[in-house]
Design a protein around this ligand. Sequence first.
Ligand code: FAD
Length: 492
Amino acid sequence: MRSIVIAGGGTAGWMAAAAFARFLPREAWRVVLVESEAIGTVGVGEATIPQIQLFNHHLGLDEDEFLAATQGSIKLGIEFRDWVRPGHAYMHGFGQVGRGLGLAEFHHYWLRAHEAGTAAPFGAYSLNNMAAAAGRFARFEAQGPVPPMPYAFHFDAGLYAAYLRRHAEAGDVVRHEGRIVAVEPGEGGIAALLLDGERRIAGDLFIDCTGFRGLLIGEALGVGYHDWRHWLPCDRALAVPSARVGDPAPYTRATARRAGWQWRIPLQHRTGNGYVYASAHVSDDGAAATLLANLDGEPLGDPRPLAFTTGKREAFWAGNCIALGLSSGFLEPLESTSIHLIQTAVARILAFLPADRPTEADRAEYNRLTHVEYDRIRDFLILHYHANQRVGEPLWDAMRALELPEELARKLDLWRASARLSRRDDELFAEPGWTQVLIGQEILPERHHPLADAPGDRDLAAFLSTVADVARRTAAALPPHGDFLRGLSRAP
Ligand code: FAD
């Protein structure tokens, strides 16, 4: 028997435990999880991206049961309010925007019409955006001109971890309640975790899910951290739930504020809110006042403070220890990518599961892939801050003047010059994500692709109006999101 020891039982710990319970042969692997109720979890982390459906599906979770168990709601995208300037708004919806007409991507045809003053806003050509704005949702299959409508979830992260725990324990994961007081070094890196009450938990592979502290990867093994606060300067958050007001909207709202931004995540039983801010630009009291002054419903408690350093580990896998979740790094939750990073890391751990001892080649490749993933998401987040017109506000002025990471600078130059996207296949966010944020943030290219000049003006106008019509009518024919939630079977 070989054993995997998971240190920590937040979202990361229980996602890993549930996946290991599902996929590792029980006769060969023993999975143990240690967590401390006294220390607790971060507890926030309520918005996701559509890939989580795949994770749930592979675990064999029933979607209705999952939504009922986690007080979940549907997320069709993110509305960015006031990011360009106060009063401005756009949506980054999941799924495609528009559809194919010729060889050039849809946004080139849209740009041509936009230059001529005949285009509707870019989001009018996205079914997800139209359905989100209308507050409507149903699951359906794409058919003919009607595009797919991919969706993700908002959920209560604590309930999700508890739900996964039930699955993991049913799959023979053994949970130990207690505080890890020391880490015993061994030949391969770590030999055992020492718990209060003089307990010792030995293992072959250790998964560090201890949160920001990185008890194993950082404190025990001394792996350093790349601090990215010069690129992503928000370093605090205040989170507060508020009473539900009406049916939950099927999208996340991210509203820019003077020193950061505020999230609104509507669940079935309450709304999650938080202000992510740069402590260099606002005091904690000032941030709390802003947050509390901008809630839709009554606050259900006092704002909970969280402090963090945006960045990533210098290595994610060192010796026989792999960092997962917040111990591996933190990109702020602007595009809801943290739980996704846990999901891809769990998949990668399974893909790189050592047959015997971890090899240096495996570690190197695992680390390379994870670094690329972090770096590309980081660039996408920086774009949101950088392309602003909020002149006179110190945080936003600094973000406009930022020296960009090289790859992002190259991407922006190319986009500005010719509306082309230099995307790599291993990037999380696909073209519709980049184009919606680039156009949404009002970075408009100098010219569109010459192939988009093929249709005559009248044909182009007819094409665009059909695409927008299909999106609008399909969205309008869907039931309200509230009805969808009320219709879920309630049998967790
Ligand atoms: P934690 O939740 O901190 O869990 C750590 C675990 O380790 C706990 O069980 C704790 O008890 C245990 N532990 C620690 N030390 C010890 C010890 N000495 N002994 C025993 N046990 C110990 N992600 C998203 O995908 N979408 C979002 O919208 C989103 N919003 C966020 C907003 C904010 C402000 C923040 C800070 C994060 C957000 N995240 C979001 C990230 C998300 O919350 C985390 O990725 C996720 O919760 C995983 O956390 P974790 O399990 O790594 O750590």
